[in-house]
Design a protein. Structure first.
Length: 221
């Protein structure tokens, strides 16, 4: 365990802080969550590598820098209500759970949702609720949200998610006309009908599949 703690600190210093992540709340969260616990057993030695790693259902656990970048872009406060679309391994949900009192996360693959729910509970993240469903539709029962983070790339930001943002709320999502040309954007809800969008740079994510995302057949587009 000491070795993982050392690797985690190296990740903070070399992969995050050295590359411009200065939000101390975010750095503390990534320095606390045991990434190795969310990594497939056969890849655990690579848990703190500066790259995404494959998990079940042809999905990935995102690169630590991307998790930190997206989380910092949300400008989170401790009492914020956060929605994550694309639970995956549950790692990013745990990071959010270190920062915010209430986190909701949706995963379209039941196997991943079930595994993440068990892992998060084992690690004591009782403030994170996991749902199996179509994340492009959001989680109406718990809306509105102060922040929404989407861990998959869609053709555009789903309208349902935009409407579930509180006034002043922020959404960070990869968007692009094709899976090979995506940019990370931050969308801020100004009022009932107005949104402000900022370009945070080029990225590459797995496709956002769902009613308001890519269809399953476009998975390899």
């Amino acid at each position: 365990m000491d070795n993982f703690e050392e690797l985690r600190q190296q990740m903070i210093d070399r992969q995050l802080a050295a590359r411009g992540i200065h939000d101390q709340t975010v750095l503390r969260a990534l320095g606390t969550v045991p990434r190795e616990a969310f990594t497939p057993t056969d890849l655990v030695e690579f848990a703190y590598r500066d790259s995404p790693l494959p998990i079940e259902e042809n999905q990935t656990i995102s690169q630590p820098f991307i998790v930190a970048l997206m989380t910092a872009a949300l400008e989170l406060k401790s009492d914020d209500r956060v929605l994550e679309v694309g639970t995956g391994s549950g790692y990013a949900a745990a990071v959010l759970g270190e920062i915010c009192e209430t986190v909701y996360t949706i995963e379209r693959h039941k196997a991943l949702a079930d595994t993440a729910q068990i892992k998060l509970k084992e690690l004591g993240y009782t403030n994170v609720q996991v749902k199996h469903g179509d994340g492009t539709l959001g989680w109406v029962d718990h809306a509105t949200f102060d922040a929404i983070i989407v861990a998959a790339g869609g053709p555009e930001a789903p309208q349902a998610l935009k409407e579930q943002l509180a006034i002043g709320g922020r959404m960070v999502i990869p968007v692009g006309a094709s899976l090979n040309s995506q940019k990370l954007v931050r969308i801020r809800r100004i009022n009932e009908n107005e949104y402000e969008t900022e370009d945070l740079g080029g990225v590459r994510f797995v496709p956002l599949i769902g009613v308001a995302g890519w269809q399953e057949k476009n998975n390899e587009s």
